[in-house]
Design a protein around this ligand. Structure first.
Ligand code: C6P
Length: 407
């Protein structure tokens, strides 16, 4: 048993004191978005109350203060994922925008007719659709590496799909629908041996484990602030400097330029070349506070605690007759996707809500995963560091109750 400061952590999240339908809230929809600690809420409020102005534009004191806080948060992100420079940290709206940015810039300039982009069959739609759109525009081909019935990537098949035509490998670090943690180091090593760049969709991995982009040696890493205890509407694209330098801008406008005439425009240095327009200043600052908060607790401690939660929940779930877990990879993050005999996942979600338990029921924006497992949807309980075994007991009791009612 780890000595994880769970009581103190729960105190830090005001929403956890809410009641839903007269029951204490049991929030198990963290893969969709997670709740915010008071320090994040306060940092946004403090910025707007004391330090707010536009960034990079004014010589006045408030603008300098706001710019310092904005750029300070960029340095926090850099340190958190161990990028070698803040030039490699691009603020975007979220994982979805990060993948689209790569597709529309790197993709449009480096990927041509007949070239191949390799993904896996456990991807979120955000790591499928932007590539389909690019393939439609360029005539490139999307290749999909298969998974097995445990929800693991079949590495041998993945390896076979890499060839001279592969121009990008883009894979999810941790699956939102299954919880599978992909063998990303192995994936990157094989891609690198053939000089193929790798993009990791880190939307789910980032809140659950420590991520070191230099150690991983990935070329791009994308994640969303709202799944990392930070605000929604902000996310990060990490990219290796040399690749980012060579890429054209994503959008045109203020801040991404050095000089504009009607004849031509000279683009700004990294990272600003990719940050057109007034950014989401307060959300960046809030994300910086979330990173401070997590760093103080320690990502390794969080990972160890959540592994205990997942083991506990998995064991209990397995003891329920008629419950089938979807996604049983050996290496798995804190996500429990399941179906029940004869009860539709939406009914599971609605019934659990009446007990104050928030889970997600649906296809989780991963329809091909549902097709593979031949289910229309799953019920998904996803855990965060503020969840407890007692809450898992409430979930398991709730499932048992609904089996009695519907089953
Ligand atoms: N998954 C879920 O309930 P955005 O929406 O841009 O912040 O993140 C998109 C995204 C990309 N990749 C993965 C692996 C994800 O899990 C998500 C978001 C949420 O599972 C909402 S669909």
């Amino acid at each position: 048993m780890t000595t994880f400061p769970i009581e103190k952590i729960r105190e830090d999240f005001p929403i956890l004191k809410e009641t839903i339908r007269n029951k204490p809230l049991v929030y198990l929809d963290n893969a969709a978005t997670c709740q915010k600690p008071q320090v994040v809420i306060d940092s946004i409020s403090h910025l707007y109350s004391h330090d707010y102005a536009n960034v990079h534009r004014g010589v006045h004191t408030l603008s300098v203060k706001a710019t310092d806080r904005y750029e300070g948060a960029r340095e926090k992100v850099r340190a958190f994922i161990n990028a070698s420079s803040t030039k490699e940290i691009i603020f975007v709206k979220g994982t979805t925008e990060a993948v689209n940015l790569i597709a529309q810039t790197f993709g449009k300039t480096q990927i041509n007719k007949g070239d191949e982009i390799l993904i896996t069959s456990m991807e979120h739609h955000s790591n499928i659709v932007p590539w389909q759109m690019l393939c439609e525009e360029t005539g490139a081909v999307l290749k999909v590496a298969p998974i097995n019935l445990q929800g693991e990537l079949i590495f041998k098949e993945f390896e076979k799909l890499i060839n001279d035509k592969t121009k990008l490998v883009s894979v999810v670090h941790m699956s939102n629908a299954l919880g599978t943690v992909n063998p990303v180091k192995k994936i990157i090593a094989i891609a690198k041996s053939k000089n193929i760049p790798v993009l990791l969709d880190g939307a789910q991995a980032i809140p659950h484990m420590s991520v070191d982009v230099q150690e991983l040696n990935c070329d791009f890493y994308a994640f969303s602030g709202h799944k990392l205890y930070g605000p929604s509407g902000i996310g990060v694209l990490y990219g290796k400097q040399a690749l980012l330098e060579a890429m054209p801008p994503y959008q045109g406008g203020g801040d991404m330029i050095r000089k504009v005439t009607f004849d031509e425009t000279e683009y700004n240095n990294l990272p600003y070349k990719f940050e057109a327009g007034t950014p989401s200043i307060a959300d960046v600052v809030g994300l910086g506070s979330a990173i401070d908060y997590l760093s103080e607790i320690g990502m390794d401690k969080i990972a160890a605690y959540e592994a205990e939660l997942l083991d506990y929940a998995t064991e209990k779930a397995k003891s329920i007759k008629g419950l089938k877990i979807i996604g049983e990879a050996k290496d798995k993050g804190a996500i429990l996707s399941f179906v029940l005999d004869k009860i539709h996942p939406h009914d599971i979600g609605t019934m659990l809500d009446s007990l104050g338990i928030a889970i997600r029921a649906g296809h989780h924006c991963a329809m091909p995963v549902m097709d593979f497992f031949e289910v229309p949807a799953t019920a998904r309980a996803s855990f965060a560091m503020y969840n407890t075994k007692q809450e898992i007991d409430v979930l398991i009791d709730g499932i048992e109750q609904l089996i009695e009612v519907f089953g």
